[in-house]
Write a protein that binds this ligand. Structure first.
Ligand SMILES: *Cc1c(COP(=O)(O)O)cnc(C)c1O
Length: 400
């Protein structure tokens, strides 16, 4: 695959001390089968050609690298370029991975794919991939999330997927993940589990990274063409970490500042956030060793962010590894800062960003004040904001 610029992970899925495969014995055969299939097909020209054709004609790649002239002028600092993942089919980068995993599942002879979803974005992307490739699809979703995200539930059903209610625990994302894993254990013969980000047991973090690395591979070529040089800085928001790793990977050999932006929620001191580096510690969660928001007894803490896509208790293991190597750095933007950035990009550029992506814009605002007009920043605009306008109106007290 394009975009492999480090040797990590090792053959056991370790990125330094992070990552790995912390799962019950019953899941090991499925992971080993997936690892072997991925190894085989990621080198096979038939698979890669089919994936490239889908990236072009179905997703709409390459996505533009857009010079945000108005935003740059407003901030009075560096030239700001936006990598327009918001223009992908279904409105965000998640489809890059979902379609590739659907294709892989089909090659593996699977007839059914399953996934879990919180806000519904990954569920919609997976259901889209399944419809396109021609696979049966079931999406696990907590009943609390089903209630909150009725529009995405309807979308998944339109796309032919079955949405399975999960009524256990907090009835949200982590309970849905547990149910999906249980399903996979039972039905592994004909079922593939589609992980939505660079998290979970090996080989998911490496495989999803490779599928998302197309973002940075394109951006690198595009900036060289536009500016005849590489950028000084890359900025992306970090939920599980797939859109950021996808942008960063093609630039790892270059000496470029790379900033991942986590959800600062109401602020770190309030405990109501999803900033795993600023507020978490090393732990094991859902098959993977990484930074985790947990209490002293190792119980996973509740998280908060205005953006559902960043609202997760842990972070992809490769981010921890790259941070230790000082290749990447991490900060956070609060809900309030993200909301201000949401308004700013909408009104200056005519682009309404996803609230997740607005976190990256918020950090760009901060960085701009200390960078010269000769510098160049690339910001990953991971998704479009149509899904968020109702939420933002509510926060502003505007009745629609
Ligand atoms: C899901 C999502 C994210 C966060 O996921 P990553 O794996 O960190 O990229 C960011 N932006 C959008 C628009 C999303 O839908």
């Amino acid at each position: 695959m394009p975009g492999k610029h480090t040797k990590a992970p090792d053959s056991k899925g370790h990125f330094g001390q992070y990552g790995g495969r912390f799962v019950p014995e019953t899941l090991m055969p499925a992971l080993i089968e997936l690892e072997a299939a991925y190894k085989k097909y990621s080198k096979e020209s038939g698979f890669l050609n089919e994936l490239r054709a889908l990236q072009k004609d179905f997703i709409g790649r390459p996505t533009p690298l857009y010079y945000a002239r108005n935003l740059s002028a407003r901030l009075g600092g560096p030239k700001i370029y936006l990598k327009r993942e918001d223009l992908c089919h279904t409105g965000a980068h998640k489809i890059n991975n979902a379609i590739a995993q659907a294709l892989l599942a089909k090659r593996m002879g699977k007839t059914r794919i399953i996934a879990e979803t919180g806000a519904g974005q990954h569920g919609v992307a997976t259901a889209t991939g399944a419809a396109h490739v021609g696979l049966e699809c079931e999406i696990y979703m907590g009943s609390e999330d089903i209630r909150r995200q009725s529009l995405n539930v309807f979308r998944m059903r339109l796309l032919g997927a079955k949405v399975c209610r999960v009524d256990t625990g907090s009835r949200t994302l982590k309970d849905a993940i547990n149910e999906a894993l249980r399903d996979w254990t039972t039905n592994v013969n004909h079922t593939h589990y589609v992980m939505g980000t660079v998290f979970g047991p090996h080989p998911y973090p490496a495989m999803v990274r490779d599928f998302q690395s197309v973002i940075g591979a394109e951006a690198r070529q595009q900036i060289l063409k536009a500016e005849n040089r590489l950028p000084d800085c890359l900025v992306a928001c970090v939920g599980g970490g797939s859109n950021s790793i996808g942008l960063f990977h093609a630039f790892l050999k270059d000496n470029i500042k790379m900033v991942g932006v986590e959800a600062g929620g109401h602020g770190i001191r309030t405990g109501r956030h999803a900033a795993r580096f600023a507020g978490g510690s090393l732990g094991i969660f859902q098959g993977c060793k990484s930074y985790l928001l947990q209490n002293r007894d190792g119980n996973v803490l509740g998280t908060h962010s205005v953006s559902a896509g960043l609202d997760y208790a842990s972070i992809g293991p490769e981010h921890c590894y790259l941070r230790d190597l000082k290749k990447t750095e991490y900060t956070y933007a609060t809900d309030r800062e993200a909301l201000r950035a949401f308004d700013l990009l909408s009104s200056t550029e005519g682009i309404i960003p996803a609230l997740e992506s607005a976190h990256a814009i918020a950090e760009t605002v901060k960085l701009s004040s200390s960078m010269s007009s000769k510098s160049i920043i690339i910001v990953n605009l991971s998704g479009r904001g149509d899904k968020d306008v109702q939420e933002v109106a509510g926060i502003k007290g505007i009745e629609l």
